[in-house]
Design a protein around this ligand. Structure first.
Ligand SMILES: Nc1nc2c(ncn2[C@@H]2O[C@H](COP(=O)(O)OP(=O)(O)OP(=O)(O)O)[C@@H](O)[C@H]2O)c(=O)[nH]1
Ligand SMILES: [Mg+2]
Length: 396
Protein backbone atom coordinates (compact mmCIF):
# COMPACT_ATOMS: atom_id res chain seq x y z
CA UNK A 1 0.00 0.00 0.00
CA UNK A 2 1.41 3.37 -0.99
CA UNK A 3 1.15 6.57 1.05
CA UNK A 4 3.07 9.17 -0.91
CA UNK A 5 6.68 8.74 0.03
CA UNK A 6 5.93 5.78 2.29
CA UNK A 7 4.59 2.29 1.82
CA UNK A 8 3.19 -0.28 4.25
CA UNK A 9 4.56 -3.73 3.77
CA UNK A 10 4.19 -7.14 5.39
CA UNK A 11 7.55 -8.38 6.63
CA UNK A 12 8.21 -11.98 7.66
CA UNK A 13 10.59 -12.83 10.48
CA UNK A 14 10.69 -16.59 10.77
CA UNK A 15 7.04 -17.56 11.56
CA UNK A 16 6.11 -14.11 12.74
CA UNK A 17 4.72 -11.52 10.39
CA UNK A 18 4.43 -7.78 11.04
CA UNK A 19 3.48 -4.66 9.27
CA UNK A 20 6.18 -2.12 8.56
CA UNK A 21 6.23 1.39 7.17
CA UNK A 22 9.11 1.81 4.70
CA UNK A 23 10.15 4.50 2.26
CA UNK A 24 8.74 3.82 -1.20
CA UNK A 25 11.01 1.86 -3.46
CA UNK A 26 11.51 4.87 -5.63
CA UNK A 27 13.72 6.20 -2.90
CA UNK A 28 16.08 3.29 -3.36
CA UNK A 29 16.25 3.57 -7.10
CA UNK A 30 19.90 3.35 -8.12
CA UNK A 31 21.33 6.36 -9.83
CA UNK A 32 22.08 5.67 -13.49
CA UNK A 33 25.71 5.24 -14.48
CA UNK A 34 25.64 8.68 -16.09
CA UNK A 35 24.34 10.21 -12.83
CA UNK A 36 26.97 8.43 -10.79
CA UNK A 37 29.72 9.65 -13.10
CA UNK A 38 28.36 13.18 -12.95
CA UNK A 39 28.32 13.12 -9.15
CA UNK A 40 31.91 11.88 -9.04
CA UNK A 41 33.04 14.46 -11.59
CA UNK A 42 31.42 17.15 -9.45
CA UNK A 43 33.27 15.83 -6.46
CA UNK A 44 36.56 16.12 -8.36
CA UNK A 45 35.63 19.63 -9.43
CA UNK A 46 34.85 20.68 -5.86
CA UNK A 47 37.90 19.08 -4.30
CA UNK A 48 40.98 21.21 -3.94
CA UNK A 49 43.86 19.69 -5.80
CA UNK A 50 46.95 19.28 -3.65
CA UNK A 51 49.25 16.62 -2.34
CA UNK A 52 46.85 15.71 0.48
CA UNK A 53 43.86 15.09 -1.79
CA UNK A 54 45.70 13.47 -4.69
CA UNK A 55 45.15 10.01 -3.31
CA UNK A 56 41.42 10.56 -2.83
CA UNK A 57 41.11 12.05 -6.32
CA UNK A 58 42.94 9.06 -7.75
CA UNK A 59 40.36 6.76 -6.23
CA UNK A 60 37.50 8.81 -7.67
CA UNK A 61 39.12 8.76 -11.11
CA UNK A 62 39.44 5.00 -10.85
CA UNK A 63 35.72 4.78 -10.02
CA UNK A 64 34.80 7.00 -12.98
CA UNK A 65 36.93 4.93 -15.35
CA UNK A 66 35.25 1.78 -14.06
CA UNK A 67 31.77 3.24 -14.57
CA UNK A 68 32.65 4.38 -18.08
CA UNK A 69 33.89 0.90 -18.90
CA UNK A 70 30.52 -0.46 -17.70
CA UNK A 71 28.71 2.13 -19.77
CA UNK A 72 30.63 1.19 -22.92
CA UNK A 73 29.84 -2.45 -22.29
CA UNK A 74 26.13 -1.70 -21.92
CA UNK A 75 26.12 0.18 -25.22
CA UNK A 76 27.75 -2.71 -27.03
CA UNK A 77 25.33 -5.21 -25.47
CA UNK A 78 22.35 -2.93 -26.07
CA UNK A 79 23.00 -3.07 -29.81
CA UNK A 80 20.11 -1.01 -31.21
CA UNK A 81 21.10 2.64 -31.01
CA UNK A 82 21.67 3.58 -34.60
CA UNK A 83 23.52 2.06 -37.49
CA UNK A 84 26.52 -0.11 -36.89
CA UNK A 85 29.63 1.14 -38.54
CA UNK A 86 32.15 -1.26 -39.79
CA UNK A 87 34.79 -0.09 -42.16
CA UNK A 88 36.60 -2.83 -43.94
CA UNK A 89 40.30 -2.30 -43.47
CA UNK A 90 42.34 -2.40 -46.62
CA UNK A 91 45.91 -1.63 -47.55
CA UNK A 92 48.91 -1.68 -45.26
CA UNK A 93 47.68 0.85 -42.70
CA UNK A 94 44.68 3.06 -41.96
CA UNK A 95 44.65 6.80 -41.27
CA UNK A 96 41.54 8.53 -39.88
CA UNK A 97 40.88 12.18 -40.76
CA UNK A 98 39.44 13.91 -37.73
CA UNK A 99 38.41 17.56 -37.77
CA UNK A 100 35.69 20.12 -37.26
CA UNK A 101 33.03 20.45 -39.99
CA UNK A 102 34.08 22.17 -43.22
CA UNK A 103 37.84 22.36 -42.61
CA UNK A 104 38.46 20.44 -45.84
CA UNK A 105 38.65 16.75 -44.85
CA UNK A 106 36.87 15.56 -47.98
CA UNK A 107 38.94 17.88 -50.19
CA UNK A 108 42.07 16.37 -48.64
CA UNK A 109 40.89 12.78 -49.10
CA UNK A 110 40.16 13.51 -52.74
CA UNK A 111 43.65 14.92 -53.31
CA UNK A 112 45.48 12.16 -51.45
CA UNK A 113 43.56 9.23 -52.87
CA UNK A 114 41.85 10.42 -56.03
CA UNK A 115 38.46 9.58 -54.48
CA UNK A 116 35.33 11.61 -55.02
CA UNK A 117 34.02 12.37 -51.58
CA UNK A 118 31.48 15.19 -51.72
CA UNK A 119 32.87 18.67 -51.04
CA UNK A 120 30.61 21.60 -50.22
CA UNK A 121 30.66 24.99 -48.59
CA UNK A 122 28.22 24.01 -45.84
CA UNK A 123 28.92 22.07 -42.66
CA UNK A 124 28.26 18.34 -42.21
CA UNK A 125 28.48 17.56 -45.92
CA UNK A 126 30.03 14.18 -45.20
CA UNK A 127 27.63 12.02 -43.22
CA UNK A 128 29.42 8.71 -43.16
CA UNK A 129 32.91 7.33 -43.11
CA UNK A 130 34.30 7.26 -46.65
CA UNK A 131 37.46 5.30 -47.41
CA UNK A 132 40.06 5.93 -50.11
CA UNK A 133 43.53 4.52 -50.77
CA UNK A 134 46.69 6.59 -51.01
CA UNK A 135 49.70 4.97 -52.67
CA UNK A 136 53.02 6.29 -51.46
CA UNK A 137 56.55 4.86 -51.60
CA UNK A 138 55.25 1.35 -52.20
CA UNK A 139 52.73 1.43 -49.34
CA UNK A 140 48.97 1.39 -49.75
CA UNK A 141 47.52 3.57 -47.03
CA UNK A 142 43.79 3.63 -46.42
CA UNK A 143 42.51 7.11 -45.60
CA UNK A 144 39.13 7.52 -43.94
CA UNK A 145 37.20 10.71 -44.58
CA UNK A 146 34.79 11.26 -41.75
CA UNK A 147 31.92 13.46 -40.75
CA UNK A 148 33.10 16.59 -38.92
CA UNK A 149 33.09 16.25 -35.16
CA UNK A 150 32.12 18.73 -32.52
CA UNK A 151 32.33 18.98 -28.76
CA UNK A 152 30.42 16.11 -27.15
CA UNK A 153 31.36 13.61 -29.89
CA UNK A 154 32.70 11.10 -27.39
CA UNK A 155 29.21 10.92 -25.86
CA UNK A 156 27.64 10.40 -29.28
CA UNK A 157 26.85 13.99 -30.25
CA UNK A 158 26.55 14.60 -33.98
CA UNK A 159 28.06 11.64 -35.78
CA UNK A 160 30.49 11.33 -32.90
CA UNK A 161 30.05 7.65 -32.24
CA UNK A 162 30.79 6.50 -35.80
CA UNK A 163 33.81 8.78 -36.03
CA UNK A 164 35.19 7.57 -32.74
CA UNK A 165 34.68 3.91 -33.64
CA UNK A 166 36.57 4.37 -36.90
CA UNK A 167 39.28 6.47 -35.23
CA UNK A 168 39.87 3.84 -32.53
CA UNK A 169 40.63 1.24 -35.16
CA UNK A 170 43.05 3.47 -37.11
CA UNK A 171 46.85 3.17 -37.13
CA UNK A 172 47.22 6.96 -37.20
CA UNK A 173 44.97 9.96 -36.69
CA UNK A 174 45.36 13.06 -38.83
CA UNK A 175 43.87 16.00 -36.97
CA UNK A 176 42.76 18.62 -39.44
CA UNK A 177 41.97 22.27 -38.76
CA UNK A 178 41.93 25.34 -40.96
CA UNK A 179 43.21 28.90 -40.57
CA UNK A 180 39.87 29.96 -39.06
CA UNK A 181 39.27 26.96 -36.86
CA UNK A 182 42.36 25.50 -35.28
CA UNK A 183 41.46 24.89 -31.68
CA UNK A 184 42.20 21.20 -31.99
CA UNK A 185 42.51 20.77 -28.23
CA UNK A 186 38.72 20.32 -28.23
CA UNK A 187 39.07 17.39 -30.64
CA UNK A 188 41.96 15.91 -28.69
CA UNK A 189 39.78 16.06 -25.58
CA UNK A 190 36.95 14.20 -27.34
CA UNK A 191 39.33 11.49 -28.50
CA UNK A 192 40.77 11.28 -25.00
CA UNK A 193 37.31 10.77 -23.50
CA UNK A 194 36.71 7.99 -25.98
CA UNK A 195 39.79 6.16 -24.68
CA UNK A 196 42.12 7.21 -27.51
CA UNK A 197 45.61 8.15 -26.29
CA UNK A 198 47.49 10.13 -28.90
CA UNK A 199 51.27 9.84 -29.26
CA UNK A 200 51.67 7.83 -26.07
CA UNK A 201 53.00 4.39 -25.41
CA UNK A 202 50.94 1.89 -23.40
CA UNK A 203 51.86 2.14 -19.69
CA UNK A 204 54.84 0.07 -18.72
CA UNK A 205 53.15 -1.76 -15.86
CA UNK A 206 52.89 -5.47 -15.25
CA UNK A 207 50.38 -7.17 -12.96
CA UNK A 208 50.18 -10.83 -12.02
CA UNK A 209 47.23 -11.77 -9.88
CA UNK A 210 48.04 -14.01 -6.91
CA UNK A 211 45.89 -16.07 -4.55
CA UNK A 212 47.08 -14.37 -1.36
CA UNK A 213 49.55 -11.85 0.02
CA UNK A 214 47.73 -8.59 -0.77
CA UNK A 215 48.98 -6.13 -3.34
CA UNK A 216 52.74 -5.81 -3.57
CA UNK A 217 54.02 -2.92 -5.67
CA UNK A 218 57.60 -2.76 -6.92
CA UNK A 219 59.01 -0.01 -9.07
CA UNK A 220 62.14 -0.10 -11.18
CA UNK A 221 62.31 3.72 -11.46
CA UNK A 222 61.84 6.42 -8.79
CA UNK A 223 58.14 7.32 -8.47
CA UNK A 224 57.59 11.06 -8.09
CA UNK A 225 53.90 11.36 -8.83
CA UNK A 226 52.29 8.55 -6.87
CA UNK A 227 53.25 6.52 -3.85
CA UNK A 228 53.23 2.74 -3.91
CA UNK A 229 50.40 2.88 -1.38
CA UNK A 230 48.27 4.98 -3.74
CA UNK A 231 48.96 2.61 -6.59
CA UNK A 232 47.79 -0.33 -4.48
CA UNK A 233 44.63 1.56 -3.42
CA UNK A 234 43.58 2.23 -7.01
CA UNK A 235 44.26 -1.34 -8.03
CA UNK A 236 42.02 -2.44 -5.15
CA UNK A 237 39.26 -0.16 -6.46
CA UNK A 238 39.30 -2.39 -9.53
CA UNK A 239 38.51 -5.41 -7.41
CA UNK A 240 42.01 -6.89 -7.43
CA UNK A 241 43.04 -7.86 -3.91
CA UNK A 242 46.14 -10.01 -4.34
CA UNK A 243 48.71 -9.21 -6.99
CA UNK A 244 52.35 -8.56 -7.75
CA UNK A 245 52.71 -5.27 -9.56
CA UNK A 246 55.83 -4.05 -11.33
CA UNK A 247 55.91 -0.41 -12.42
CA UNK A 248 58.62 0.50 -14.94
CA UNK A 249 57.86 4.20 -15.48
CA UNK A 250 57.04 7.25 -13.38
CA UNK A 251 53.26 6.88 -13.68
CA UNK A 252 50.48 9.22 -12.59
CA UNK A 253 46.93 8.25 -11.62
CA UNK A 254 45.55 8.73 -15.15
CA UNK A 255 48.11 6.36 -16.61
CA UNK A 256 47.35 3.74 -13.99
CA UNK A 257 43.61 4.08 -14.52
CA UNK A 258 44.17 3.73 -18.28
CA UNK A 259 46.08 0.56 -17.69
CA UNK A 260 43.44 -0.92 -15.37
CA UNK A 261 40.51 0.06 -17.59
CA UNK A 262 42.24 -1.90 -20.34
CA UNK A 263 40.21 -0.54 -23.26
CA UNK A 264 42.49 2.30 -24.26
CA UNK A 265 44.10 2.54 -27.68
CA UNK A 266 47.47 4.20 -28.29
CA UNK A 267 47.66 5.90 -31.68
CA UNK A 268 50.21 8.29 -33.22
CA UNK A 269 48.91 11.55 -34.67
CA UNK A 270 49.78 14.44 -36.97
CA UNK A 271 48.25 17.90 -37.21
CA UNK A 272 47.67 19.73 -40.51
CA UNK A 273 46.09 23.16 -40.84
CA UNK A 274 44.30 23.68 -44.15
CA UNK A 275 43.28 26.71 -46.25
CA UNK A 276 46.67 28.35 -45.93
CA UNK A 277 45.92 30.10 -49.22
CA UNK A 278 43.65 32.27 -47.03
CA UNK A 279 46.30 32.96 -44.37
CA UNK A 280 46.24 36.35 -42.68
CA UNK A 281 48.84 38.36 -40.76
CA UNK A 282 50.46 36.66 -37.78
CA UNK A 283 48.33 33.54 -38.08
CA UNK A 284 51.28 31.09 -38.16
CA UNK A 285 52.49 32.16 -34.71
CA UNK A 286 48.99 32.29 -33.30
CA UNK A 287 48.25 28.75 -34.45
CA UNK A 288 51.53 27.45 -33.05
CA UNK A 289 50.85 29.13 -29.72
CA UNK A 290 47.28 27.79 -29.45
CA UNK A 291 48.09 24.28 -30.60
CA UNK A 292 51.19 23.84 -28.47
CA UNK A 293 52.55 21.34 -30.98
CA UNK A 294 54.02 21.16 -34.48
CA UNK A 295 51.72 21.27 -37.46
CA UNK A 296 51.88 21.20 -41.24
CA UNK A 297 50.44 24.19 -43.10
CA UNK A 298 48.58 22.98 -46.20
CA UNK A 299 46.11 24.15 -48.82
CA UNK A 300 43.86 21.80 -50.75
CA UNK A 301 43.06 24.72 -53.06
CA UNK A 302 46.68 25.35 -54.18
CA UNK A 303 48.10 21.89 -53.15
CA UNK A 304 50.71 23.67 -51.00
CA UNK A 305 52.23 21.27 -48.45
CA UNK A 306 50.28 18.22 -49.63
CA UNK A 307 53.24 16.20 -50.93
CA UNK A 308 55.11 16.89 -47.67
CA UNK A 309 52.03 15.74 -45.81
CA UNK A 310 52.16 12.40 -47.67
CA UNK A 311 55.78 11.94 -46.55
CA UNK A 312 54.90 12.81 -42.97
CA UNK A 313 52.01 10.34 -42.93
CA UNK A 314 54.33 7.63 -44.26
CA UNK A 315 56.99 8.41 -41.64
CA UNK A 316 54.59 8.70 -38.73
CA UNK A 317 53.04 5.34 -39.52
CA UNK A 318 56.50 3.80 -39.59
CA UNK A 319 56.98 1.19 -42.30
CA UNK A 320 59.54 -1.53 -42.78
CA UNK A 321 60.58 -3.16 -46.05
CA UNK A 322 60.86 -6.92 -46.28
CA UNK A 323 62.58 -8.65 -49.21
CA UNK A 324 61.27 -12.08 -50.05
CA UNK A 325 63.62 -14.81 -51.15
CA UNK A 326 62.49 -18.16 -52.52
CA UNK A 327 64.27 -21.02 -50.70
CA UNK A 328 67.65 -21.57 -52.37
CA UNK A 329 66.97 -18.70 -54.81
CA UNK A 330 67.82 -15.00 -54.92
CA UNK A 331 66.01 -12.31 -52.93
CA UNK A 332 63.75 -9.94 -54.86
CA UNK A 333 65.54 -6.68 -54.08
CA UNK A 334 63.43 -4.68 -56.50
CA UNK A 335 60.03 -4.82 -54.92
CA UNK A 336 59.99 -5.15 -51.14
CA UNK A 337 56.86 -5.84 -49.18
CA UNK A 338 55.95 -2.71 -47.21
CA UNK A 339 54.53 -3.43 -43.77
CA UNK A 340 53.90 -1.50 -40.55
CA UNK A 341 56.76 -1.46 -38.07
CA UNK A 342 56.27 -4.25 -35.52
CA UNK A 343 54.96 -6.69 -38.14
CA UNK A 344 55.64 -10.39 -37.67
CA UNK A 345 56.18 -13.27 -40.06
CA UNK A 346 52.46 -13.94 -39.62
CA UNK A 347 51.65 -10.46 -41.00
CA UNK A 348 53.76 -11.26 -44.07
CA UNK A 349 51.92 -14.55 -44.59
CA UNK A 350 48.55 -12.84 -44.26
CA UNK A 351 49.67 -10.23 -46.72
CA UNK A 352 50.72 -12.79 -49.32
CA UNK A 353 47.75 -15.11 -49.32
CA UNK A 354 45.09 -16.13 -46.82
CA UNK A 355 46.18 -19.79 -46.97
CA UNK A 356 49.77 -19.01 -46.12
CA UNK A 357 49.27 -19.01 -42.35
CA UNK A 358 47.73 -22.50 -42.48
CA UNK A 359 50.36 -23.82 -44.85
CA UNK A 360 53.27 -22.27 -42.93
CA UNK A 361 56.03 -24.62 -41.73
CA UNK A 362 58.90 -22.30 -40.82
CA UNK A 363 60.79 -19.32 -42.17
CA UNK A 364 64.43 -18.29 -42.54
CA UNK A 365 65.57 -14.73 -41.91
CA UNK A 366 68.65 -12.63 -42.75
CA UNK A 367 69.17 -9.08 -41.53
CA UNK A 368 68.68 -6.97 -38.41
CA UNK A 369 66.09 -9.20 -36.72
CA UNK A 370 68.15 -12.39 -37.19
CA UNK A 371 70.40 -13.67 -34.40
CA UNK A 372 72.59 -15.15 -37.18
CA UNK A 373 72.17 -15.21 -40.95
CA UNK A 374 69.55 -17.70 -42.06
CA UNK A 375 68.03 -18.16 -38.57
CA UNK A 376 65.00 -20.45 -38.55
CA UNK A 377 61.95 -18.67 -37.09
CA UNK A 378 58.21 -19.08 -36.44
CA UNK A 379 55.10 -17.00 -37.15
CA UNK A 380 55.50 -14.75 -34.08
CA UNK A 381 58.99 -13.51 -34.99
CA UNK A 382 59.06 -9.70 -35.24
CA UNK A 383 60.77 -8.43 -38.40
CA UNK A 384 62.91 -5.35 -38.94
CA UNK A 385 63.52 -2.97 -41.83
CA UNK A 386 65.31 -4.57 -44.81
CA UNK A 387 65.14 -8.15 -43.50
CA UNK A 388 65.30 -10.87 -46.13
CA UNK A 389 62.78 -13.65 -45.57
CA UNK A 390 62.16 -17.14 -46.96
CA UNK A 391 58.90 -18.80 -46.07
CA UNK A 392 58.70 -22.56 -46.21
CA UNK A 393 55.21 -23.99 -46.52
CA UNK A 394 53.68 -27.46 -46.39
CA UNK A 395 52.80 -29.07 -49.69
CA UNK A 396 49.16 -28.56 -50.57
N1 LIG B 1 40.15 28.45 -49.82
C1 LIG B 1 40.15 27.15 -49.57
N2 LIG B 1 38.99 26.48 -49.49
C2 LIG B 1 39.03 25.15 -49.23
C3 LIG B 1 40.25 24.46 -49.06
N3 LIG B 1 39.97 23.16 -48.80
C4 LIG B 1 38.63 23.05 -48.83
N4 LIG B 1 38.04 24.25 -49.09
C5 LIG B 1 36.61 24.55 -49.19
O1 LIG B 1 36.04 24.40 -47.90
C6 LIG B 1 34.70 23.90 -48.00
C7 LIG B 1 34.54 22.62 -47.17
O2 LIG B 1 35.36 21.61 -47.72
P1 LIG B 1 35.07 20.08 -47.47
O3 LIG B 1 36.19 19.32 -48.07
O4 LIG B 1 33.68 19.70 -47.87
O5 LIG B 1 35.18 20.07 -45.89
P2 LIG B 1 34.86 18.86 -44.86
O6 LIG B 1 35.81 19.02 -43.73
O7 LIG B 1 34.87 17.56 -45.58
O8 LIG B 1 33.40 19.25 -44.39
P3 LIG B 1 32.27 18.30 -43.71
O9 LIG B 1 32.18 17.04 -44.50
O10 LIG B 1 31.05 19.14 -43.79
O11 LIG B 1 32.73 18.09 -42.30
C8 LIG B 1 34.46 23.68 -49.49
O12 LIG B 1 33.79 24.80 -49.98
C9 LIG B 1 35.85 23.58 -50.08
O13 LIG B 1 35.91 23.98 -51.44
C10 LIG B 1 41.48 25.22 -49.16
O14 LIG B 1 42.60 24.73 -49.00
N5 LIG B 1 41.35 26.56 -49.40
MG1 LIG C 1 33.42 16.18 -45.76
Amino acid sequence: MLLGKWRITLLFDGWKAHLAVLPTKRKYKMATIEEQIKALEEEIFNTQKNKATEHHLGKIKAKIAKLRAQQELQKIKGGGGGRRYYIKKSGDATVALVGFPSVGKSSLLNYLTGSKSEVAAYQFTTLEVIPGVMKHKGAEIQILDMPGIIKGAARGKGRGREVITAARAADMILLLGDVFNYNLKVLERELYEAGIRLDKQPPNIHITQERKGGIIVRSTVPLTRMTEFEIAEIIRAYGIVNANVTVREDIDTDTLVDFLAGNRVYIPSLVAINKFDLRYGGIEDKIEEDLGRDYLPISCATTEGLEELKDHIYETLGFIRIYLKPKGGKADLEEPLVLLDGSTVKSVCEHLHRDFVNLFRYALVWGKSAKFPGQSIGLDHELQDCDVLSIITKRR
